[in-house]
Design a protein around this ligand. Structure first.
Ligand code: FAD
Ligand code: NAP
Length: 388
């Protein structure tokens, strides 16, 4: 490991560390419709430090085929020089499209730019029709299902120069991933649990930029993954005797793997209770062997599992919470911390509703009292969420 000195560079969001991937292995088993993976990112020698609950920021590279498709549609070679807003130097168009700009999420701005670029009459009418205010909703829907390349193909004949084109693209942003390892156990590694995003819209297969960058395009053992540590409000209590209730379906399990590793390494006396869920027990039990071992060895006190597609009706983590409501309430009354990680849109809302229900039914509270109680729990930092 290289020495860290006072003069070593400080790596952060503005100056990411070029890390290498040491491991990229499937967690989902054959037969799963998901592709969820375990990554080990080597941060040795970087001076980066993390605590349980932090996330790793990753700057991805766009897929080279997607970049080439855009270059072809623009009639460009990629060697053309462009200047990004706020930059002081020109870079090549290929470099800008590969590393600096998002090729997805076009807005009306590009449609207006295409319109003004001198397209033929038919394309002009089609663009004008899309852009009239009465069509706002359909324009929004149209744009939602498309990337920049689709627009250039849908409205051919645009004469945008590389510079005129790139000012319509947003910056390629880093993605955050909840860290799945304990810094005490793995000080020079960061473990991640990532669901690879692949879907189909507008008749085309789409790839999530960063999850497929890590899964498919970042070779192992090459220092090419720009990373930084994003500090979080989310984390373990200082008091290692406090009980922990951790609700983390899907990739939401990531920080709780870290919490458990850390608690075990520190020899904390507080109890731990994990609620995990995913589609099928046989194919989607992420880190199943580890959690079963912790349970068998008494390092994890309770493990409740919700398999949503192993029967013809849904069982979700909140159903497991409600099934165990009396015991959950007892733990909370005894000072337990309640953590939720994973999907923000649906799961976290439903778990929040379940928590309110438990307070009403087992704490004998009115709806208003339950709301106030949950609010107080948050204020005491005993109800923490890391949702996305
Ligand atoms: C604090 C935090 C922690 C996180 N931790 C984790 C983690 O531990 N593990 C993890 O896997 N992710 C985690 N994420 C999410 C992660 O940051 C990325 O958002 C995720 O990996 C997708 O990024 P991407 O670049 O692969 O996809 P992108 O290129 O960003 O594409 C994703 C976008 O594609 C679109 N999309 C996706 N699916 C569909 C669909 N079926 N139909 C239509 N459109 C669709 C949506 O617009 C979506 O926003 C976390 C996020 C935050 C904010
Ligand atoms: N809104 C979104 O765009 C969204 C939401 C979630 C995840 N994602 C992305 O999808 C990828 C995969 O996510 P993931 O593997 O972490 O897991 P996930 O898709 O969140 O699924 C994990 C488990 O949660 C279940 N679930 C679905 N709705 C729920 C609800 N209302 N309450 C409780 N549980 C619920 C799922 O069941 P079923 O699938 O059987 O219903 C599944 O068993 C990630 O990239 C993530 O970022 C996106």
């Amino acid at each position: 490991m290289s020495e860290i000195s006072e003069n070593s560079p400080v790596y952060d969001k503005k100056n990411p560390f070029l890390a290498c991937l040491r491991e990229n292995r499937l967690l989902s088993k054959e037969g799963s419709i998901k592709d969820t993976r375990h990554f080990v990112v080597d941060i040795a020698g970087s001076g980066l430090v993390y605590t349980c609950g932090d996330s790793l920021g990753v700057y991805p590279t766009n897929n080279s085929e997607c970049v080439q498709e855009l270059l072809d549609a623009l009639g460009a070679s990629g060697e053309e020089m462009v200047r990004l807003p706020k930059d002081e130097e020109d870079i090549s168009l290929r470099e800008a499209l590969s590393h600096r700009l998002s090729l997805a999420q076009p807005t009306k701005k590009i449609m207006k730019a295409l319109l003004e670029s001198g397209v033929d009459g038919e394309t002009k009418s089609a663009l004008e029709a899309k852009l009239v205010p009465e069509n706002n909703e359909s324009t929004k829907e149209y744009l939602e299902n498309r990337e920049f390349a689709d627009l250039l193909l849908d409205f051919p004949g645009a004469r945008l120069s590389p510079q005129e084109f790139i000012v319509n693209l947003r910056k390629l942003m880093p993605r955050l991933y909840s860290i799945a390892s304990s810094p005490t156990v793995y000080p020079s590694d960061v473990h991640l649990t990532i669901a690879v995003v692949r879907y189909h819209t507008n008749g085309r297969d789409r790839l999530g930029v960063c999850s497929t960058f890590l899964a498919e395009r970042a070779p192992l053992a090459e220092s090419i993954v720009p990373v930084f540590v994003a500090k979080s409000h989310f984390g373990l209590p200082e008091d290692d005797s406090a009980d922990l209730i951790m609700v983390g379906p899907g990739t939401g399990i990531a920080p709780f793997r870290a919490f458990l590793q850390e608690r075990i390494a520190r020899g904390g006396s507080g109890r731990s209770w994990v609620f995990f869920g995913d589609q099928h027990h046989d194919t989607d039990y992420l880190y199943g062997e580890e959690f079963e071992k912790y349970l068998a060895e008494g390092q994890l006190d309770r493990l409740d599992l919700a398999w949503s597609r192993d029967q013809d009706y849904k069982i979700y983590v909140q159903d497991k919470l409600l099934e165990n409501a009396a015991e959950v309430w007892k733990w909370l009354q005894g000072g337990a911390y309640f953590y939720v990680c994973g999907d923000a849109k649906r799961m976290a809302k439903d778990v929040n509703a379940a928590l309110h229900k438990i307070a009403q039914e087992h704490g004998g509270m009115s709806e208003e009292e339950a709301i106030a109680w949950v609010k107080a729990l948050k204020k005491e930092k005993r109800y923490q969420r890391d949702v996305y």
